[in-house]
Design a protein around this ligand. Structure first.
Ligand code: ACO
Length: 428
């Protein structure tokens, strides 16, 4: 493509190459901007217009509501593939053959035992510790238990780190949950599939036999697939940025978990339920809360609405909505929060404030309702998101290493005091 981007400043003209992506997205490559202009930088807080990398993993079109991984539509992947198959696709680029899948799954299962000393670390946390903090800490702690896998220059050790973290992460999550609940720590059962195993470790208590509900398993598998990757969101960018310093996969993912924790990102699924409960406790006046969300003087926002990229319906929210209905019907749950959620959705989708700003329900709007129906406590909602997002973080970290991307280091515009003389304390 011969097109160029032109920038003019103080009568001088600077040209920059234009690059076109697979789906005709256009980018202006400004790598040489600072050097050629004598120090000019771009300013883009929140990186709303800034591409940080080239990626082959996920395509999403926020205007059209499209999400594809490695070319496959999210609607096909959720209906036709298992969580681990999609993980393989995202991480390695192709859907696995039977043999490739058997090896991958076997390698993950081999790594599903946590070092018993991890229990000593867990002992040090208070019972009330938020599981996201615990999960982030224990994921970082894997660097201490498996130092060999922190070698970011060895393909073999990177593969070991990938299978290790995939094997251990659901156990870490289940143990963080057990710590909160005061229930025994369960171990993986390698005769079960990945998601079934995760559910078993979360719910099994020694006094009763654990039995998987197929409707719940299907919904959970779909839900976790939906969360696997979403290109350069806040936590994924964090993982890539931390990894760009050649920090290990464990350290990078641990940082990603912290980024996901915030209520404007993965923490929104918890915030949605809290908001719905608040509306019910307040008497159920949905319009009142809609008005609060529209009032610029009120910090209240409709949680689960709006998205940085989707300016159309979040395709994941459409799939989740169906799953939520199936799970609630199967479990016979009549959740008053669902009624409020539907009312809220109807009002918001017809209100010019939300319509004009293209604020649609996002993935977190319905996921919290499913988690709640399954009896998962709100503190664990974002941990469930992290279990789902793990393959995406891995894939993005691996791609960043493969492309040998430079260390991430943005610039800034300094707006502080100019040079001034130091004053002794007696003169201040
Ligand atoms: N409720 C009310 N108003 C909203 C909302 C909301 N949920 N979201 C955005 N707006 C308004 C803003 O006030 C702003 O209005 P203005 O143009 O009059 O000033 C306009 O819509 C644009 O909003 P921004 O904050 O600039 O949009 P941005 O892309 O930066 O934010 C975000 C996206 C953070 C997701 C935002 O929509 C939000 O806070 N949503 C609620 C939290 C949430 O659900 N987060 C989960 C996101 S999905 C995920 O991480 C998996």
């Amino acid at each position: 493509m011969s097109e160029i981007g032109v920038f003019e400043f103080k009568g001088k003209r600077y040209e920059f190459p234009v690059e076109i992506g697979t789906e005709n997205e256009i980018s202006i490559d400004i790598k040489t901007l600072r050097g050629t202009t004598g120090g000019i930088i771009t300013m883009d807080p929140g990186f709303k217009n800034t591409g940080s990398c080239k990626s082959e993993i996920t395509f999403l079109d926020g205007e059209k509501g499209i999400l594809r991984h490695r070319g496959y539509a999210i609607e096909d992947l959720t209906k036709k593939a298992s969580f681990l198959e999609v993980a393989y696709l995202i991480i390695f680029g192709e859907l696995p053959t039977k043999e490739q899948f058997a090896k991958f799954e076997g390698d993950i299962k081999k790594k599903s035992l946590l070092n018993e000393e991890i229990k000593d670390i867990l002992d040090g946390f208070p019972r009330s510790a938020h599981p996201m903090g615990v999960v982030s800490s224990l994921t970082g702690a894997l660097t201490a238990f498996h130092p060999k896998y922190t070698d970011v220059h060895s393909e073999e050790e990177i593969y070991n780190a990938i299978t290790n973290i995939l094997g251990k992460f659901p156990v870490i999550a289940a143990w963080a949950h057990a710590k909160n609940e005061g229930t025994p720590f369960n171990y993986a059962d390698n005769s079960l599939g990945y998601v079934e195993n995760m559910l078993m470790m979360m719910y099994k208590i020694p006094t009763t036999k654990y039995k998987t509900n197929p409707v719940v398993l299907k919904a959970m598998e779909e839900l976790l697939i939906l969360h696997q990757d979403h290109e350069q969101n806040c936590s994924t960018s964090t993982v890539r940025l931390v990894g760009s310093s050649h920090a290990s996969l464990f350290a990078s993912v641990s940082a990603g978990i912290s980024a996901l924790w915030g209520p404007l990102h993965g923490g929104a699924n918890k915030a949605v339920i809290e908001m719905l409960e608040e509306i019910i406790e307040d008497g159920g006046d949905v319009e009142k809360f809609i008005n609060k969300a529209k009032d610029k003087k009120d910090p209240f926002r409709l949680m689960g609405f709006g998205h940085r990229v989707y300016k159309n319906f979040d395709p994941r929210a459409l799939i989740i909505k169906e799953s939520a209905d199936a799970v609630l019907a199967d479990l016979g749950v009549t959740d008053p929060t669902l009624k409020v959620a539907k009312h809220l959705e109807e009002v918001a989708l017809s209100d010019p404030y939300f319509v004009d700003r293209k604020l649609f329900p996002n993935v977190d709007f319905y996921s919290g309702i499913i988690y709640r129906a399954l009896g998962i406590p709100v503190e664990m909602f974002t941990v469930m998101f992290a279990i789902g997002r793990l393959p995406g973080w891995i894939a993005q970290w691996k791609e960043m290493r493969k492309n040998n991307e430079p260390i991430g280091r943005p610039r800034q515009l300094y707006m502080g005091a100019p040079k001034r003389d130091f004053k002794e304390v007696s003169e201040r």
